[in-house]
Design a binder for this molecule. Structure first.
Ligand SMILES: [Zn+2]
Length: 91
């Protein structure tokens, strides 16, 4: 098996991988903001990549605990704040 694999050929697009890597860098640097609650994400906290509803991109990194809750509170999030992040992380 080739070292690292070829994600492009496996149907999981490189843009997604790049976006996740960018989010990880922000989280690791301690500069990431949760796309759901707007709070800072600590490098030591578990986080998820929060998808846009149409799955064409990511809203950005989100606390795992926030992301797991969004099913219930969808539509309640602060749209104005989220839209800035959609632009930032759009693929
Ligand atoms: Zn959060």
């Amino acid at each position: 098996m080739p070292r690292g694999g070829n994600t492009n050929a496996r149907g999981y697009g490189a843009p997604h991988v790049a976006a996740r890597a960018a989010m990880k860098r922000a989280v690791d640097a301690g500069t990431a903001q949760c796309s759901i609650c707007g709070g800072p994400i600590s490098p030591h906290e578990p986080w998820d990549a929060d998808h846009t509803d149409d799955r064409t991109g990511y809203r950005g990194p989100a606390h795992r605990s926030c992301n797991r809750r969004t099913g219930a509170i969808k539509g309640n999030r602060a749209r104005g704040q989220a839209s800035a992040q959609v632009k930032r992380w759009r693929l």
